[in-house]
Write a protein that binds this ligand. Structure first.
Ligand code: URP
Ligand code: ZN
Ligand code: ZN
Ligand code: ZN
Length: 483
C-alpha cells in the first residue's frame, strides 16, 4: 500500500519546491512531479515539511510529590495534533538508582506512544555505578545526558559531579544537556521570600531571576569546555543565558541553546494575574520573562545563536498546582505546549516575518535531528527518511482552548490565542494520525529511536581537544633536584 501526498510544496530547512511525495513501508520512497500511489492525500495550498521533533518533554514524570498528568499516550497524541511526530523524554534515576533501572521504567511507560520517541538519560547523582552505566546507556541508543543545576536536594548535581559526568560524556562520544539555574541561590532566595511573606506564585519568578540562569549557563559552558564536551542548554529563557551561549559560539565552542515556545510568546505579567490559579498554572522553571528577554530569544532564532524551539511539556492539573497554595515553592513546576508549539511558532514567527518557513523547519525539526544524531532518518524530506511528515495548511485557523485540546489537563496556558497555520495531515512513519482535525492516532504505534554516539561535531571536538591537550615539555638539561 503506497500513499502519495500530491499538489503541495515541499519545505525543508534549506529548500522550497513543488513536488509530490510517495510513501511506502513507513518511509519516503520518491519525491518528484506527477507521482502515483494507492492512496492520495491532497496537499493543494499546503507545505509538506518534516514532522516536528520536540526534544524536551516530561511525560508521566515523577516530580515534586506527584506525576505530570500527560503520559506517553495523551502527550504524543497532543504532539501529533499539532504536527509533532517525535518526542524525546528524560529518564530520571532516583537518588542511588542505577541508570538501567530508570531506563526500564521509561521503557514501560513509552509502550503507549502514538509516535516515535527517544530518551535522554539524566545524571541525578554521581558514583562508580553511574560512570559504568553511562557506557551501557550509550550502547542502548541514548547519546544525551541531562544535568540539573537547579532543584537542590532533589535532581541537582554539584560542579565536581558535573565535571566528572561531562568528561565521561566526552569519552563516550555523548552530548551533555543542562538545566542551567543556580540551585543554591534559588534555594536561598526562596527561603528569604517565604520568610518575608511572599508566598504567591509571583514569588516563584522573583526566586529565579535571569542572573541565576546566566550564571549557571556560563558555568556549565566553561565546565563543558574544560571537559572537552559539547553542550546543549535546555529552556534558554533570558538574555543573560543567551548572551553566554552567543559568546561561546562566537569563540568556536560547540554549544546550542533551546528556547521554549512558552518563553517566546508568554511573559512575566502572567504571574501578576489576580487569579491564583491563572498564575500558578504558569509556574515553571525558568519562569516567563519580560519583553526584552523575549526579543533576545527571537533574535537568537533569527541570527542562529539559538538552535531549537521545544516545549518542556510537563503538564499538571489545577488540582496539582494547588499543592502550593500558601507556599509557592510547592507548586509543581511545569507547563504544557506539545499541541501548540508548531502553530504558535508559525503564527508568531513565520506569519509575522520574524523567521522564514525554512528556519521554522530548522528550529522545530532538522537542527535537533542533527544534534541528536538521528538525521536524516528524522528531520528530513528525503528518499529513505522515515515518513514523519506534516502537511501544513497556512490558512487553517483556530482559537486555542482547553475544551478541545488533546492534553489531559483542565486548562491551557495559551487559552484564547488565535493561531493561523495548522496541520492538514500529520503522518507518523507513513500512517495518517491527523486528518483535517480528525485524530486517528494508534496507541503503541510509536517506536524507540536509537541514536548512535560520536556525531560529527563530537568527533571533531574530541579531535581538536586531543590536539590541543596539555603535554609535558621535552627538556634537555634538567637541573639536579635542590634537595
Ligand atoms: O518547570 C519545569 N521546567 N518543569 C519540568 C522540569 C524541568 O526543569 O525541565
Ligand atoms: Zn528544566
Ligand atoms: Zn529539563
Ligand atoms: Zn524539562
Amino acid at each position: 500500500m503506497s500513499k502519495v501526498i500530491k499538489g503541495g510544496t515541499v519545505v525543508t530547512a534549506d529548500l522550497t519546491y513543488k513536488a509530490d511525495v510517495k510513501i511506502e513501508g513507513g518511509r519516503i520512497v520518491e519525491i518528484g512531479p506527477d507521482l502515483k500511489g494507492d492512496e492520495v492525500l491532497d496537499a493543494t495550498g499546503c507545505y509538506i515539511m518534516p514532522g516536528g521533533i520536540d526534544p524536551h518533554t516530561h511525560l508521566e514524570m515523577p516530580f515534586m510529590g506527584t506525576y505530570s498528568s500527560d503520559d506517553f499516550e495523551s502527550g504524543t497524541r497532543a504532539g501529533l495534533a499539532g504536527g509533532t511526530t517525535m518526542v524525546v523524554d528524560f529518564a530520571l534515576p532516583n537518588p542511588g538508582e542505577g541508570l538501567l533501572d530508570a531506563l526500564k521504567r521509561w521503557d514501560n511507560k513509552s509502550t503507549r506512544a502514538n509516535c516515535d520517541y527517544s530518551f535522554h538519560m539524566a545524571v541525578t547523582w554521581w558514583g562508580e555505578q553511574v560512570f559504568d552505566d553511562m557506557k551501557e546507556v550509550v550502547g542502548r541508543g541514548i547519546n544525551t545526558f541531562k544535568h540539573f543545576l537547579a532543584y537542590k536536594g532533589a535532581l541537582m548535581v554539584n560542579d565536581d559531579e558535573l565535571y566528572a559526568s561531562f568528561k565521561r560524556c566526552a569519552e563516550l562520544g555523548a552530548t551533555p544537556l543542562v538545566h542551567a539555574e543556580n540551585g543554591d541561590v534559588v534555594a536561598e532566595l526562596t527561603a528569604q521570600l517565604l520568610a518575608e511573606g511572599n508566598t504567591g506564585p509571583e514569588a516563584h519568578a522573583y526566586s529565579r531571576p535571569p542572573q541565576v540562569e546566566g550564571e549557571a549557563t556560563n558555568r556549565a559552558i566553561m565546565i563543558a569546555d574544560m571537559a572537552g564536551a559539547p553542550l546543549y542548554v535546555v529552556h534558554t529563557s533570558c538574555e543573560e543565558s543567551h548572551e553566554a551561549i552567543r559568546r561561546a559560539r562566537m569563540q568556536g565552542k560547540r554549544v546550542w541553546g533551546e528556547p521554549l515556545i512558552q518563553h517566546l510568546t508568554l511573559d512575566e505579567s502572567e504571574y501578576f494575574n489576580k487569579d491564583w490559579d491563572h498564575a500558578a498554572r504558569r509556574v515553571m522553571s525558568p519562569p516567563f520573562r519580560n519583553k526584552q528577554h523575549q526579543d533576545s530569544l527571537w533574535a537568537g532564532l533569527q541570527s542562529g545563536s539559538l538552535s531549537v524551539v521545544a516545549t518542556d511539556h510537563c503538564a499538571f492539573t489545577t488540582e496539582q498546582k494547588r499543592f502550593g497554595v500558601g507556599d509557592f515553592s510547592k507548586i509543581p513546576n511545569g507547563t504544557g505546549g506539545l499541541e501548540d508549539r508548531m502553530p504558535m511558532l508559525w503564527t508568531h514567527g513565520v506569519a509575522t516575518g520574524r523567521i522564514t518557513m525554512n528556519e521554522f523547519v530548522a528550529v522545530t525539526s532538522t537542527n535537533i535531528a542533527k544534534i541528536l544524531n538521528c538525521y536524516p532518518k528524522k528531520g528530513a524530506v528525503l528518499v529513505g527518511a522515515d515518513a514523519d511528515l506534516v502537511v501544513w495548511d497556512p490558512e487553517k485557523e483556530k482559537t486555542i482552548a482547553a475544551d478541545s485540546q488533546q492534553s489531559a489537563i483542565d486548562y491551557n496556558v495559551f487559552e484564547g490565542k488565535k493561531v493561523k497555520g495548522l496541520p492538514r495531515y500529520t503522518l507518523t512513519r507513513g500512517q495518517v494520525a491527523v486528518m483535517d482535525g480528525e485524530i486517528r492516532t494508534q496507541e503503541g504505534h510509536g517506536e524507540f529511536v536509537a541514536r548512535e554516539p560520536n556525531a560529527t561535531v563530537n568527533k571533531a571536538l574530541s579531535k581538536w581537544k586531543d590536539l590541543t591537550a596539555p603535554r609535558p615539555v621535552e627538556r634537555t638539561g634538567i637541573p639536579a633536584s635542590g634537595v
